[in-house]
Design a protein around this ligand. Sequence first.
Ligand code: GL7
Length: 816
Amino acid sequence: MGPMDLRQGIGLRRLGTTTDEFQQDLLSSLYYRRGTTVESASAHDAYDALALTVRDRLADRRARTAAAHYASNPRWVYYLSAEYLLGAQLEQNLLYSGTGEVAAQAVKALGRSLQEIEDLDVEPGLGNGGLGRLAACLVDSMATRDIPAVGYGIRYDFGIFKQSLENGGQAERPDDWAFQGNPWEFPAPDDRQTVGFYGHTEPIAGSQTRKRWVPGEIVLGEPSHMLVPGYGTETVNIVRLWRARGSEASFDLSRFSAGQYAEAVQEAVRAENISKVLYPDDSTELGRELRLKQQYFLCSCSLRDIIRRFRLRNSDWADFAAKTIIQLNDTHPTIAIPELMRLLVDEYELDWDQAWSITRRTFAYTCHTLLPEALETWPVHLFERLLPRHLEIIYLINLLFLREVEARFPGDNDRLRRMSIIGEGDERRVRMAHLAVVGTEAVNGVAELHSKLLRETVLQDFADLWPAKFQNVTNGVSPRRFVKLANPRLADLITEGLGDDGWLNDLERLAELESLADDAAFMERWRAVKRANKVDLAAGDPDSLTDVMIKRFHEYKRQQLKLLHVITMYQRIRQNPAGDWVPRTVLFAGKAAPAYHAAKNIIRLINAVGATIAADPVVSPYLKVVFAENYNVTLAERIIPAADLSEQISLAGKEASGTGNMKLALNGALTVGTLDGANIEIRARVGEENFFLFGLDAYQAAEVQIRGYNPREHYEWDTELKAALDAITAGRFDGAGRELVDSLLGWDEYLTLADYRSYLDAQEEVERAWRDPARWTRMSILNTAHSGFFSSDRTIADYAARIWRVAPVTVPKEDQ
Ligand code: GL7
């Protein structure tokens, strides 16, 4: 029986494609799976019934995918990530299953509109920012490119916090995203795993390297999976998410019977806390034991699952690396390296050298940062207590590694100290990035500059030792989610311009738009699309320049620089109300880590400045500041299509890549940006003349810091800058922002004042271009036309060819 005969083989009926058939299935989902009737169905019943009906179509493809993959026994890609920002599922799955139109008709039988039902779709916010959304774009593209792959992650009960504004500042509420259930998820309790923590190790007689670990706590990991369909292909992969549970023994019946209710469940609660909440920090380390527990929990469950899957089809460990490539998404899952060693050596009794050879060929590591505070390290004493066996393994890995370094660079003790996996400071710490480099076959950065700076700075010693290990794979974004779903008007116009919609799977085809960049009728329609998107967004006057800065709040990203520009604009307009001002709507959105006070103060100041401007009849016709609450994937999909100007203004050398920059350029926003992260590659592709560049480059910035930077010099000579900062100090914006001014004048870690004048000059260039609508429209079309490189399909093709060395496996269509 071939894979395409799966359903017929067991006499299962085929799922229909007509509206009538879809409607039948929808009603049957409502009756038999929700257990309700059309008359008494709530809106949420309708949502669930529709989700299940769509899911069935994908489950069908999933079954064929699994069979095809099983039959071909390929090298499998396992993507390990602590975060996934998958975005809303219903609209995506309607599109990817080609059922959007029949569904829109069929739901009428429930007396509801598709839009109304879609509005009930809650996005699983299982990530913080760019890194988590990248994971989602990459799994989308792995499926689209027919790569056999599984994404592993944690099924947090609470995702990234919900943000609202209270008195102009950020307030946080928990995100109980699955409160109403999650119809997209299949539980797989049979595949549950057991994970140990704490305890001690014991020698094993007759073995030097093997040990027995006797854990002090046992936790169960229960998996469920969500379907990840490819677009324009049959493949449906999965993301498998682990949830922690106490074992049966963790419930203390005798205590419960004695009325000690809290004590009775205490152990189970402790176990379940492991997957309770996503850490809401963005690139700074919290240093909490629970976070390391989460990381180990994810890795241990996933590795055992990977080994289980390997052994379904293979029997010889010598084949493991040839059949398995595990991509580590940043250092968060690095503990998988010593965990695989432990499993191979202690449990499967391989000798150390063979296990190490397998391990090194099985893993690859993507680094997503240059910020030293984001490179994770853990105190040795924490490891010793929580993961005693892993610490022993890490020590042995380190010993053998340092011997290798010593052999290459004899007598260079300084180098040994710098490269050691154990950092010897006031407190000895395990350096996870070093472990990740030592235990993998390939290491990559996420944009050209980032990969270069990794080799030249933070990982320089490792690049000296193993130059061939270091690669670049520039990030990308899913054109399905960020053009077709987010911006259907633009997608339709592009399809019309290009003659077909093949560009959705072959984004470089957007280059064909170049020939339309001067076509007056096409330009007119291009403008109309943007305007209609602005009307939908309703953030401000649709004819004003919509200037957006949407991303996590962090001082290195420099929202404060944008704000100084806004304050200067405000002061200029006040001084000359009759001037010929370009009306602007400046839209900020993004979350700040709850404990990151400087970032939260910037949010407060934005809202205070916005309120002051709104109350000023002289300035408000020209300038409006909007803060959109609770930035998430869904909101990004509304803002990006409406943006005219994309703010990518981080200090050069700090933003590893950025991916919002790609989404905005792809949707025809022009970028004002520094030579940082992927901005450089965007500018190279869309053309210098279609990009507003400003600021120091990464090398100049480093030089300024080395020479001794004095932000006050800029304050003293630049009268507009001085006036803006003085207005804050004088309390002009409700007294907000004084700490910001102190830090900017005191040390200004991210050279905001140094780049201020250059930034304002670039903004004048922006306005010159804006005043010439034909020029702006042409620039906008060319941005879209030359952003095809930034498809995550291309990113995946790069990983597949250069890092994973895997080939696609085609899933056959169903027999007709
Ligand atoms: C990040 C980088 O900051 C960001 O520049 C990059 O685009 C993203 C994906 O590679 O990864 N690193 C990181 O720790 N977070 C990011 O968004 C949170």
